[in-house]
Write a protein that binds this ligand. Structure first.
Ligand SMILES: *Cc1c(COP(=O)(O)O)cnc(C)c1O
Length: 341
């Protein structure tokens, strides 16, 4: 970012907001008598969750080597994308920039907030053309660049993230939903250098907790305070907070899951080689493959007929289907069917 301070990027009404702070945020959470929140004294989940997610943040801070004040927790990273758009983009006035193709949710939340969505078309290898980026970035209405690395649905990582941080006059959100599969360095280590950086991570993919809806934003304390100000106080429920805290105690679990998925990814890639309806398997840093098929209509219909769900990307990405890495039984079923076609 060249000269903007973060404050000049924030919507005026958001700057004026006072965060909702419950009495409990300042006090001992488990008082012996809690008659302040109109809860029931009975039941197994009768208390509101900790709105500051203190224990979770403290655990994550240790794991990621950041301060708890640099972490915001959302109801999935989807919620954080929504909040980030709301904080920085004035409805009907400001715009976001996203790669094309990339994760549809950036455009979805921008549209809800009535913000224009500028799309930066990737080249035939799904890489960003830097000159095109520089040209697009000149638009003064742009407030946020959503940079997805590894990118969904293409699977490749974005190189030279610092170039975009330096040459975008706004917030750069690096969405690292698949970083655990990539072997690449996280942009978390750039947090100290770039005040306009937000890194998103999630428990939904490598960690295996898509159903719990827990995602993180890592950024400067200034940005995190803004996110905490606009979020719904009780956005992450008690059960999910407990579940994630428990899984964070099992230190080797993540690595075991990732290793297993990567082994299956290698196995699948090998199997794809002998299959005639496959024209091209794009290289991937994630837990899925983007695959160009011969006669994609037919292949997709046959898979659906056998109740194998995949994500059709055609016609936006011609001939392509995104298929994620499953367990061995699922992968074998897929391969056996593809061999038949
Ligand atoms: C799956 C995914 C997410 C995760 O969203 P959650 O709301 O945390 O489940 C975020 N970004 C991208 C690019 C994804 O593919």
């Amino acid at each position: 970012m060249k000269n903007n301070s973060i404050k000049t990027l924030v919507r005026e009404n958001i700057l004026q907001l006072q965060p909702y702070i419950s009495f409990r945020d300042h006090n001992e959470f488990n008082a012996p008598v809690m008659l302040d929140a109109n809860e029931s004294p009975f039941g197994e989940c009768n208390r509101y969750p900790d709105s500051t997610q203190k224990r979770l943040k403290s655990k994550l801070a240790g794991l990621k080597k950041v301060s708890p004040s640099q972490i915001a927790i959302g109801n999935g990273s989807d919620e954080l994308i929504d909040l980030i758009v709301k904080i920085f983009c004035e409805p009907k006035k400001d715009a976001i920039l996203m790669m094309n193709p990339s994760f549809a949710m950036y455009g979805f939340y921008a549209a809800i907030n009535e913000n224009k969505v500028s799309k930066l078309n990737l080249d035939e290898n799904f890489e960003i053309v830097k000159d095109n980026f520089l040209k697009a970035a000149e638009d003064p209405s742009l407030k946020i660049f959503f940079l997805c690395s590894p990118n969904n649905p293409t699977g490749n990582s974005v190189d030279d993230i610092e170039f975009y941080l330096q040459n975008f006059n706004g917030i750069v959100v690096v969405d690292e939903a698949y970083i655990e599969f990539s072997g690449k360095k996280s942009s978390l280590e750039l947090l100290g250098q770039y005040s306009n950086l937000i890194v998103l991570q999630t428990f939904s993919k490598a960690w295996g907790f898509a159903g719990a809806r827990v995602g993180m934003a890592y950024a400067s304390e200034e940005i995190i305070t803004l996110i905490n100000t606009v979020k719904a106080p009780y956005n992450v429920n008690v059960l999910s907070q407990e579940l994630i805290l428990k899984t964070l105690e099992e230190e080797n679990k993540l690595q075991e899951n990732v290793t297993h998925i990567l082994e299956e990814r290698t196995w699948l890639k090998l199997q794809f080689e002998g299959i005639t309806c496959i024209k091209k398997v794009f290289s991937t840093d994630a837990n899925f493959f983007l695959i160009r098929m011969e006669n994609v209509d037919n292949v997709y219909a046959k898979m659906l007929g056998e109740e194998i769900l995949t994500s059709r990307r055609d016609p936006a990405i011609p001939g392509c289907i995104r298929i994620n890495v499953g367990n061995r039984a699922e992968n074998e079923k897929l391969i056996n069917l593809l061999k038949e076609i």
